[in-house]
Design a protein around this ligand. Structure first.
Ligand code: ARG
Length: 589
């Protein structure tokens, strides 16, 4: 039994849960569906983890002529029936039957050493899905890619990375707004500027947003133009060559612009824009019609959703399709063609109603189970606004719209200036790489560390500070660990194989236990779709490291080997956390 948990693996919490699961089956064999309720101890003086099943079991059992005479005896029995395990040092009962567990130092040390040898992948969470879609970033062609899209890009990428780390195949989808009636006006305006069809490239058009604005103005002011624009939509949808080509050109120019942002941030995305799903819409709506979901209302075709004042419009009164019809088709495609078991949409909270409504429609159509904990599953990951330091919606200084690329460049440049000012002996290449890693990392971390549903204030000064909960502070902590290891002059790869890790000092044990909790933190973070949980873990980890380093001499001490291993394990976990947050670690800062 003792080694069973090593073979089966899983997070620390899952391993403890498995021991209690065994005990529960023996203690209350009649309650087969009761799952172990395991949580970290509120008060570290009692232990590391606790099992909270006794009270719940008591309220289930008390009317049924049980042998137990209260929650405490149940807790005691759960404790006594725990299988032998090298994981556990000791157990105790507190209050009405809580079973506290103190983990064995030796076992904690052994588990960390196993990770050092086998790699951090053995601490990957296990999730009940194999394939997921993360629909994120998704800006609109010819309109601005604004800070909301930046948030979506950063949050979506992190969620995708956590899923990938958990061995889930992720389809990273850029659901760009590349279809709709606005293209009639854009195409017609393009023809006006370039009557012979030539020249519709980036240099000539320049700022696509300005182009959008100018064409919109003309559309609003010139009835003849408006009419031509409306005809252009029809020609485009009919697939007429000339219109198709103009549309492709416009999309291409936008795409290049988006790409510059993705390239800076190291974001992988596969574009399947709204236009991709257009051919599927009629068939998908037909399926919904057959289920009796679609009704006629004021000339439009709609789906009424209980509890909502306005219905979900799926065919407009002019016969055209819209955002919702596209999303229904895309959902059908992702479930049936792509076989996704979990589909995650990352947009601002303002779109919550839209998602609620088409999710409900999909449930009523039988595409999704009505129980939200079952798969296939859909989630809307909503986030708050980005505010400027004046408390208003974020805008860059001079222009009314935010050029994201400029924003990112500014973060990098400010960072570079700070590095130069500190006056270390940087090579140009080091300066470039470090200022990019830290500057972009700072923007990402400032966003991710907040609970995503709240608004967050964009402040270069805050995010680039080396104090407090910032990427700069964390990257510093990592660089310091790297330099400790380097200063020791030891070959750390060799130590991993030959050295032994002990966690004799309290601060070593605390740090070690924290490291071991990495898997369950990532699991919690991805299961609840809250990247801030991982950020908080990373911040606390570097605080635990600082306490250890302040109180325990590493280089030159008797425990040098063991402590270097603990440093290395901390650096590995930090790097993996950085990786999951999309931040590039640095070794010198
Ligand atoms: N293009 C939309 C916007 O800018 C976001 C699309 C999100 N994804 C989706 N499947 N609706 O607001």
């Amino acid at each position: 039994m003792a080694d069973d948990q090593n073979i089966v693996g899983g997070s620390l919490k899952q391993q403890i849960a498995r021991l209690f699961e065994e005990s529960l089956r023996v203690t209350v064999p009649e309650e087969l569906d009761v799952a172990p309720a395991i949580a970290p101890c509120q008060n570290a003086n009692f232990g590391d983890y606790q099992c909270n099943n006794a009270m719940g079991l008591w309220s289930k059992l008390k009317g049924k002529g049980t042998q137990f005479r209260g929650p405490q005896p149940i807790g005691k029995a759960i404790m006594d029936n725990l299988p032998q395990s090298e994981m556990i040092e000791s157990c105790s009962i507190a209050g009405p039957g809580f079973v506290n567990v103190v983990l064995s130092r030796k076992w904690i040390a052994k588990s960390i050493q196993k990770m050092l040898v086998d790699g951090i992948e053995i601490w990957a969470p296990r999730l009940p899905v194999k394939r997921a879609v993360v629909d994120f970033s998704s800006p609109n062609i010819a309109k601005e890619m604004h800070v909301g899209h930046l948030r979506s890009t950063i949050i979506g990428d992190t969620l995708a990375r956590m899923l990938e780390f958990s061995n889930v195949k992720v389809l990273r989808r850029n659901h760009v707004g590349d279809w709709g009636t606005q293209f009639g006006m854009l195409i017609e305006y393009l023809f006006e500027l370039f009557p012979d069809g030539e020249g519709a490239n980036e240099q000539a058009i320049g700022d696509l947003q300005a182009f959008y604005k100018a064409s919109k103005q003309k559309f609003d002011e010139d009835p003849a133009f408006k009419e031509r624009a409306q005809k252009a939509v029809v020609s485009l949808q009919a697939g007429e060559e000339k219109y198709r080509k103009a549309w492709t050109d416009i999309c291409e120019i936008s795409r290049n612009e988006f790409e510059r942002v993705y390239q800076r941030l190291g974001i992988q995305l596969e574009e399947k824009g709204e236009s991709f799903y257009n051919p599927y819409i009629p068939g998908v709506l037909e399926l919904l019609r057959q289920k009796g979901l679609i009704e006629e209302s004021q000339g439009a075709q709609v789906i009424f959703i209980e509890g909502k004042n306005i219905p979900l419009i799926v065919v407009k009164s002019d016969g055209g399709f819209n955002y919702a019809s596209t999303d229904l088709a895309a959902l059908w495609y992702r479930l049936n063609e792509e076989k996704a078991e979990w589909i995650i949409y990352v947009t601002d909270v303002g779109q919550r109603d839209h998602f609620d409504m088409f999710f409900t429609a999909a449930k009523r159509a039988g595409w999704l189970p009505s129980d939200e904990n079952q798969y296939p599953k859909v989630n809307h990951v909503g986030f708050g606004l980005v505010l400027g330091e004046d408390g208003k919606r974020f805008r860059t200084r001079s222009t009314e719209t935010v050029k994201l690329v400029d924003l990112l460049d500014e973060a990098r440049n400010k960072c570079r200036a700070a590095l130069v000012e500190r006056g270390r002996d940087w090579t140009e290449e080091e300066l470039d790489q470090t200022s990019e890693a830290v500057g972009y990392g700072a923007v990402k971390y400032a966003d991710l560390k907040n609970n995503r549903t709240t608004n967050y204030t964009f402040s270069f000064e805050q995010m680039l500070s080396d104090k407090g909960n910032t990427a700069v502070y964390l990257l510093y902590a990592h660089a310091r660990i790297a330099s400790i290891i380097q200063r020791s002059g030891k070959d750390i790869e060799q130590l991993k194989r030959t050295g032994t890790l002990n966690l004799a000092h309290t601060d070593e044990r605390t740090l070690g236990l924290h490291l071991l909790q990495f898997a369950e933190i990532v699991e919690e973070s991805i299961t609840n779709l809250l990247p801030n949980v991982l950020c908080e873990y990373l911040y606390n980890l570097s605080e635990d490291f600082t306490r250890f380093y302040t109180n325990c001499q590493v280089v030159g001490s008797e425990e040098e080997t063991s402590r270097l291993l603990l440093c290395e394990a901390t650096a590995i976990v930090m790097r993996q956390a950085f990786y999951l947050l999309g931040i590039t670690p640095v070794y010198k800062l």
